[in-house]
Design a protein around this ligand. Structure first.
Ligand code: SAM
Ligand code: SF4
Length: 522
């Protein structure tokens, strides 16, 4: 879809720094880590164009809303925020409003219809075009909506990390290893707004981590919707490249000779390692990224339970930098519901994989995602979810009330669960998760944890907050300010359901990143 029609905060704000340049931007992020990373990229593109960060909407020449549509309340948040921005724009008509991300990919023209004062609308497949579209609008005065139905084929345009990026943090970086998703979970809108799964070349991922480490980044989080299937499409693309008649979700026209070349698809770094496998596994990537000099912590999200391979567990166990934390989304503990969701595993299989992970990786923390109130979920189904959650001994869980999303299979299923029933179930699930979470936290008392400092505690600025390798939040007093990105040993003295409290023992490593990383071109 490409049209010109008549035509404005997760919360990621890019903070200001001194500059004489007058054009200022503000990016507000809704949703997941992928969106946060896309926002870094939008910020990078705007800064490459001469924009500097604004403090707030009053100060901004361009406000970008980077949207999410995974649940219905995301729609409400966007249109609520747009309503607020309209009043700002009424006073300051020169302020440009851009809407990007999953919700604009889903709604397309509807955004401009519902909010005709929006200046630029773009989707998930053309983030690299954000500044071009802004210029187009500035040149003509017309509002612009550009939504592409499929992703573009140029690698540097495909992956968020492969464009100019302004990182939110100097010591920590998101690195996209894969975009889109080939699964068809009945509740999920992601495949329709993010497109099919495309893996990034192995060598490109490692090279980006090396560049980030050279900039002073010490923690990387590898991002993908189904990280354990990383590389699967690379083999397919190679095969399809060799067979010009093959049908593929990758447009055959994009498969020129260069794309058939293994080194191009998987990257020299992996090909050079010499292996009899046709493609790299996620485990290979974990090992290579984990060995990059300067990297102290590797995290990743999310592995789909059906694709969690023993190789991944071994890599987690072998590579010291890979944190002992596994986010393994369960979604439901009922086999009947899991089958209707098309998750590809049973509760028993899930628990077996979890047990294998715990057996392989010593002292593993486990978190999850669970949906309650999926259509047809009975009291008995939900009771099974409670049982599996208790048996899994989660350290934390993101629990969601099912939200019907247009175009998904589940949207047409009968037997909707009443909202108040779903909310009541979620409270009961939270009680189970909080019990195991608290036990897990209490078990840390007396241990000395390696903590990466994130900054002053939000509730009590006299204390510092940080994350342990298990990704647990910990607060501790310090008689001196420690820069975010500092690594310290902290003795755990107290624990609650949500966090740990500790005492600083010693500084382990100080950060060497610049305070603000300017635009870094890949
Ligand atoms: N790819 C990841 C996986 O398969 O586990 C999930 C990514 S999704 C962005 C994050 C979480 O949102 C899901 O794990 C699921 O629990 C939740 N979610 C997705 N669609 C939902 C819906 N329609 N209603 C409620 N929660 C939903
Ligand atoms: Fe959605 Fe399922 Fe893909 Fe995760 S694996 S993004 S839940 S379709």
């Amino acid at each position: 879809m490409r049209c010109s029609v008549h035509s404005d905060f997760g919360a990621l704000f890019h903070r200001p720094y001194a500059s004489d340049v007058t054009k200022r931007y503000l990016v507000r992020t809704f949703g997941c880590q992928m969106n946060e990373h896309d926002s870094e990229r939008l910020a990078g593109l705007l800064e490459a164009d001469g924009y500097v960060p604004a403090t707030d909407t009053e100060d901004a020449d361009v406000v970008v809303l980077n949207t999410c549509c995974i649940r219905e309340n995301a729609d409400n948040k966007l249109y609520g925020t747009l309503g607020h921005l309209k009043s700002v724009k009424d006073r300051r008509p020169d302020m440009e409003i851009m809407v990007a991300g999953c919700l604009s990919q889903k709604d397309g023209d509807l955004v401009a219809q519902k909010a005709p004062y929006v200046d630029v609308v773009l989707g998930t497949h053309n983030v690299h075009r954000a500044v071009d579209l802004l210029h187009e609008h500035l040149a003509t005065g017309d509002s612009v909506t550009e939504i592409l139905s499929e992703t573009v084929a140029e690698d540097h345009e495909l992956f968020p990390s492969a464009l100019p990026v302004v990182r939110e943090s100097g010591h920590s970086a998101w690195v996209t290893i894969q975009i889109g998703c080939d699964n068809s979970c009945a509740f999920c809108i992601v495949p329709s707004v993010r497109g099919p799964e495309i893996s990034r070349a192995f060598g490109d991922v490692v090279a980006e981590v090396e560049r980030a480490a050279a900039d002073g980044v010490t923690q990387v989080t590898l991002l993908g919707q189904n990280v354990n299937s990383y590389g699967r499409d690379l083999t397919l693309r190679m095969k399809r490249g060799a067979d010009a008649d093959a049908t593929s979700h990758i447009d055959a026209a994009h498969l020129d000779a260069a794309h058939v070349d293994a080194a191009h698809l998987v990257g020299d770094a992996w090909v050079a390692e010499g292996t009899d496998r046709a493609r790299p596994l996620f485990a290979d990537l974990l090992r290579s990224v984990g060995e990059v000099e300067g990297i102290r912590r590797v995290r990743y999200t999310s592995p789909h339970p059906k694709d969690l391979r023993p190789e991944t567990i071994s890599a987690m166990a072998d590579v010291d930098t890979v944190c002992e934390h596994l986010h393994l989304p369960l979604q439901s503990g009922s086999d009947r519901i899991l089958a209707t969701m098309h998750r590809g595993y049973t509760a028993e299989r899930y628990l077996e994989r979890l047990a294998a992970a715990r057996a392989g990786v010593a002292d593993l923390a486990v978190t999850t995602d669970i949906i309650v109130g999926f259509p047809g979920e009975s009291d008995a189904d939900f009771a099974e979810t409670l049982e599996v959650a208790a048996e899994a001994r989660y350290d934390n869980a993101f629990t969601f009330v099912y939200s019907s999303r247009p175009g998904t299979e589940a949207a047409d299923l009968p037997d909707a669960v009443a909202h108040d029933v779903a909310v009541e179930r979620m409270m009961r699930l939270r009680t189970v998760v909080e019990r195991t979470s608290r036990l897990g936290h209490v078990a840390r008392i007396g241990h000395t944890e390696e903590v990466m400092v994130e900054g002053p505690s939000r509730r009590d600025p006299s204390r510092l907050s940080g994350r342990t390798r298990h990704n647990r939040l910990i607060h501790f007093p310090s008689d001196r300010p420690l820069r975010p990105g500092t690594y310290a040993h902290v003795l755990v003295t107290e624990a609650s359901t949500t966090n740990l409290i500790g005492e600083l023992v010693e500084i382990v490593a100080t950060p060497n990143h610049r305070r603000r990383i300017p635009v870094s071109l890949a």
